[in-house]
Design a protein around this ligand. Sequence first.
Ligand SMILES: C[S@@+](CC[C@H](N)C(=O)[O-])C[C@H]1O[C@@H](n2cnc3c(N)ncnc32)[C@H](O)[C@@H]1O
Ligand SMILES: [Zn+2]
Length: 287
Amino acid sequence: MMVSKKMKNARVIENNSPILSCPICSSDMDLLEYAKLVCLNNHSFDLSKNGYVNLAPQASGTKYDKSLFQARKIVMASGFFDPIISRITENIKVARNGEHSALLLDAGCGEGSHLSAICTRLNNLTGVGIDLAKEGIEAAAKMHPGSIWAVADLAKCPFGSGEFDFIVNILSPANFAEFTRVLKPGGMCLKVVPESGYLQELRTIFYDGKSDQANSADPIERFGAHFEEVETTRLTYQFPLTPELLEPLIRMTPLSWGAGEKKVKEALQTNIRQVTVDLSIISGLNG
Ligand SMILES: C[S@@+](CC[C@H](N)C(=O)[O-])C[C@H]1O[C@@H](n2cnc3c(N)ncnc32)[C@H](O)[C@@H]1O
Ligand SMILES: [Zn+2]
């Protein structure tokens, strides 16, 4: 029998409901009738048509909209981030030292492609993706059923303490106090940050090569203040661009927000044949 997307997602919630805590009163939550999460104080959160749950109903969301997530999905399907995702997957595999069941939180998961790719490549790994952008989570629950997908604030994670074996935080804001709280002792956090060459071909057009949005505060230093055995791997490569990929690449990045529509149009008319990917993966253990 065909299992619906909602049911696939709901079953993962059911199997892992002890990790969830109510975003309003922090008490335990239970899944009722595969339809809603209800806490001990009767705060109730319905599952959507495709089985995600909104655990931040009061939040105003983020500037990230549906078109940005559609663009990110196309760029991800092209293999643009594959070396990064492969390295993260390898790091998790080595750290796990076996295939016992483990929980992975993607904090700021967007439309869910990264989390889904990692969970598909490793056995016995359950994915939990949170993001404040409903449009991202909606797409994730629909495209990648089989994980927990929740609209939630990574600065106020709706989980108990010490629940996760791994956290990934890819090109998204971080809250290390929350990450160390929800990670198990010895759990691993992997954060991906842009380096100076990231999308430099677009930056040159958008900001005439002047502005550089990469890493204003030193993320490695901030990360190092919260985690032990910190390691950084920088991956730099040229990604070949087909003409069809140029527009989604431009639309997927917040870099274009500050540039203005005139610059965006200028970029769309260029004939860029390859683009630089320059990202670091910072990893560390929860002490
Ligand atoms: C550049 S996108 C990256 C998304 C995804 N990791 C990827 O690589 O495609 C940054 C994401 O952070 C999310 N975000 C920003 N602030 C957040 C918060 N406080 N809690 C959860 N997500 C947040 C945004 O909604 C957006 O989806
Ligand atoms: Zn509650």
